[in-house]
Structures are given as structure tokens and as C-alpha cells.
Write a protein that binds this ligand. Structure first.
Ligand code: BV8
Ligand code: ZN
Length: 240
């Protein structure tokens, strides 16, 4: 592994523009359950069944119970060495762009700024009636939180399955992937689209692709380097 770490460090050092694409595996060692790994299930519901507009329309109280459970759990979590290593790397490489699929906000707590949250944030709320947006960090909200402005039902400010990502953020992520010399893909199963395509965009643009995961993924075939192990152990070695 040491030789792989040394090669990955050299690729990152040589790259002027580095893109980092984060998935749930970056927050796993903080205690945040991943979506498709062990412990990712909640009361036998799959995320794909609850994180949808249809599920919310059908049973908003069930969906809010899931989000309140996650908010309470994430509120007790702290950034882990993986988050801290990425924040350090960003300090050292101003041209580094941090793109995350995670909605937990732990990367920002680790000191990162300007994080592109492609799937939104569990701490943001949006009114389903008037569209008003608010940030609310209380661990748990009322069973059906209401908009202060119009009394409409609030929803989590995340992107659900079947919903479009913010086109401005997605365009920034696409541009970043196409202009980087190295992309570090950490802790993602690379199955959720369109984000999963970003690694291919970087590779097609000539970037070196470095993957950090516990297991191989769809990205491993085209990755220049796949570093197998926990992000909390590997990333600090990449950025020491
Ligand atoms: C859309 C927010 C289109 C909510 C989430 C093709 C093209 C376009 C769309 C599709 C397509 N095919 C299918 C679709 C539909 C769908 C999709 O991709 N489905 C999948 C399941 C096949 N995509 C969508 O619906 C997207 N919208 O495309 O709209 C459109 C077009 C026109 C008009 C209308 C619409 C929206 C997708 C966003 C869904 N929202 N989250 C919430 O969080 O509550 S997705 C959810 O999955 C999270 O954001 C999560 O981050 C994301 C990806 O999962 P991962 O991060 O990869 O996590 P996972 O558990 O899967 O894997 C963890 C990995 O970490 C594993 O590899 C594990 O080995 C590793 N790991 C674990 N521990 C560690 C570790 N690695 C290192 N160290 C460790 N310690
Ligand atoms: Zn409202």
C-alpha cells in the first residue's frame, strides 16, 4: 500500500486542479450510516423508497420520521480524519474543488468552505407551498414542520430520487471534473446518477483518477489507482 500511497501523493502534488468527489463512505467513520452498506437500512425501508417525492406525498409523517432519525443521529456525529484530511488538502491546494453527495454537513464542520453539495443538505428546509428556504440545525423537528411565512408543509432541502439536481451546482461540478488534472473519488458506490458520471468526465478529460474505498466499484476499472481501506486511515496518509 505504501507504494500506492506514494504514487497517489505524487499525482495529487503534480495536479494544479484537483477535484474531490465524496460519498457516504467519507462520513461512515463518523457514525453516519451509508445508504447501501451495513446499517444503511432504517426500519426495513430502503432509502430509494423513502427519499422520493412520491413517498413524501403519500406519507409525509413517515418520511419526516426517517429524516428526524437521521438528523438526530448526524447531529451527534463529528468530522472524522477523512473529513479533516480533505479540509487540509483544500487549504494546501486552492485549486481544489470539493464535491459531495453527502447531506450531513460534516465536511464543512471539518473546516472546508465552498463545498458543492450536489444532493442538498439535511439541515436545509424548503416550503412545499411558497418555496421559502431556511437552515435549521435542531436535531429533531416537529412531526410535520410548518413554514413560518405561510404555514405550508416544509420538506428536507435534499435532492430526492427522480428530482433534478440544482443545474448551477451540477454545471459547476461538470466543469470542475472536465478541467481537473486529478480526481480523488472517496467512499462512493458510484451507482447514483448523474453524479456517478463525474469520474468518467474527469478521466475522459485526461485526469488521473484515484479511488479510495473499502471495496472496488464501477470506477475501479478506469481508476489509475484504487486504494482499498478506510478513508479515515488512507486520506491522512495522502495529505500528510
Ligand atoms: C435525477 C439525498 C433525473 C437524499 C440522494 C441515469 C441518469 C439519470 C438518472 C438516473 C439514471 N439511472 C437511474 C437514475 C435515477 C436515480 C438513480 O441514480 N438511481 C440509482 C439508485 C440507480 N437518480 C436520480 O433520481 C437523481 N435525479 O437523475 O433526475 C431527472 C431528469 C429529468 C427530470 C427529472 C429528473 C437524483 C439522485 C439523488 C438522490 N438523493 N440523497 C438523502 O440523502 O436523503 S442519493 C444518496 O446516494 C446519497 O446522496 C448518497 O450520497 C448517494 C450515493 O450513495 P453513496 O454516497 O455512494 O453511498 P453508498 O452507501 O451507496 O456507498 C458507500 C460507499 O462507501 C461504498 O462503496 C462503501 O464501500 C464505501 N465505504 C463505506 N465505508 C467506508 C467506505 N469507503 C471508505 N472508507 C470507509 N470507511
Ligand atoms: Zn411557505
Amino acid at each position: 500500500m505504501d507504494a500506492l500511497i506514494a504514487r497517489a501523493r505524487a499525482l495529487l502534488a503534480r495536479a494544479e486542479n484537483v477535484a474531490v468527489l465524496c460519498g457516504a463512505g467519507v462520513s461512515a467513520e463518523s457514525g453516519v450510516p451509508t445508504f447501501r452498506g451495513q446499517g444503511g437500512l432504517w426500519q426495513d425501508h430502503r432509502p430509494e423508497d423513502l427519499a422520493t417525492p412520491q413517498a413524501f406525498d403519500r406519507d409525509p409523517e413517515l418520511v419526516w420520521r426517517w429524516y428526524n432519525w437521521r438528523r438526530g443521529l448526524i447531529a451527534a456525529c463529528r468530522p472524522n480524519p477523512a473529513h479533516l484530511a480533505l479540509a487540509r488538502l483544500q487549504e494546501r491546494k486552492p485549486g481544489l474543488c470539493l464535491i459531495t453527495q453527502n447531506v450531513d454537513g460534516l465536511q464543512q464542520l471539518a473546516g472546508s468552505r465552498d463545498v458543492i453539495e450536489l444532493h442538498g443538505s439535511i439541515w436545509r428546509l424548503r416550503c412545499t407551498a411558497c418555496g421559502a428556504e431556511a437552515e435549521d440545525r435542531r436535531p429533531a423537528l416537529p412531526a410535520l414542520p410548518r413554514c413560518a411565512a405561510c404555514g405550508g408543509l416544509l420538506r428536507p432541502g435534499v435532492v430526492w430520487f427522480g428530482e433534478q439536481l440544482d443545474p448551477v451546482l451540477l454545471e459547476r461540478a461538470w466543469q470542475t471534473a472536465g478541467a481537473c488534472q486529478a480526481m480523488l473519488v472517496v467512499g462512493t458506490s458510484a451507482v447514483v446518477q448523474p453524479v456517478a458520471s463525474l469520474a468518467g468526465v474527469a478521466k475522459a478529460a485526461g485526469a488521473a483518477l484515484i479511488e479510495v474505498n473499502l471495496v472496488t466499484t464501477a470506477n475501479s476499472q478506469s481508476a489509475d489507482l484504487t486504494l482499498l481501506g478506510p478513508a479515515g486511515r488512507i486520506l491522512p496518509q495522502l495529505t500528510a
